[in-house]
Design a protein around this ligand. Sequence first.
Ligand SMILES: Nc1ncnc2c1ncn2[C@@H]1O[C@H](COP(=O)(O)OP(=O)(O)OP(=O)(O)O)[C@@H](O)[C@H]1O
Length: 255
Amino acid sequence: MTQPQNPGNQTMLDIQDVTKTYGKFTALRGVSLRAPEGEVFGLLGPNGAGKTTLLRILATLLQPTSGTAAVAGYDVQRQPEEVRRRVGVVNGGMGLPARLTGREVLRSFAGLYGMTRAQTEARIAELDERLELGRTLDVRAGDYSTGMKQKVVIARAVIQDPPVLILDEAASGLDIFARRTLLDFVLATRAPGRLTLYSTHVMSEAEEVCDRVAILHEGQLLSVGRIPDILSQTREGNLERAFFSLVRGGEARAV
Ligand SMILES: Nc1ncnc2c1ncn2[C@@H]1O[C@H](COP(=O)(O)OP(=O)(O)OP(=O)(O)O)[C@@H](O)[C@H]1O
């Protein structure tokens, strides 16, 4: 394994001037962002803002058109394997093999990461407790509810205990019980050596779990900071109002 670019540096995410175009359409315009370890970092923005595009670049699933990004000290373009080894990704469109039980899905992924049988069973037991998987582990994925499926998708993403977790609209479609479990799980990832990136439309979720947030609109960052600082910057009483104020201001500036 090669050494990270900045051994000892606590920056887990370093995005410099990233632009992404799809043909003539510009989805990200010069986005720069840094995040240290120990945070849950929120990415907020209306539909089409570019959140998924940015998270896919960080997960090495998409190449930026220009600019650089490093995750856990590794460059997403030059060291994609190193990045992939350290990142767990959950997005809305992920499927599970219908004929396998949750336990079988998790065992097969643990095998891909070279985990031993003992490590695998200990990790499944830990995730069973933290994600309240219960009988989900022994039901076939084809028979899952939305909440059961999402819990197993999340457990699969973190089976090897990656330091960086990318959750793209991970709570969408969940009932209040499954959402509670997910948010508590996310809060527990706030720890030294770790970073969780959490994209959501739901401001109350961001207020609860995120240490800092970035507000993205039409591919541009409108604001980055701690939620209380964004509230005082916009002179608004809650994040939803601050979000509207920033997005409307961004539209006004773009005219
Ligand atoms: N492969 C593609 N080809 C062309 N345009 C694309 C492609 N992927 C995304 N886009 C466009 O880029 C913009 C940003 O999309 P993206 O999915 O990153 O936004 P988002 O903030 O995640 O929005 P949402 O919450 O609606 O998913 C959108 O206008 C989208 O239509």
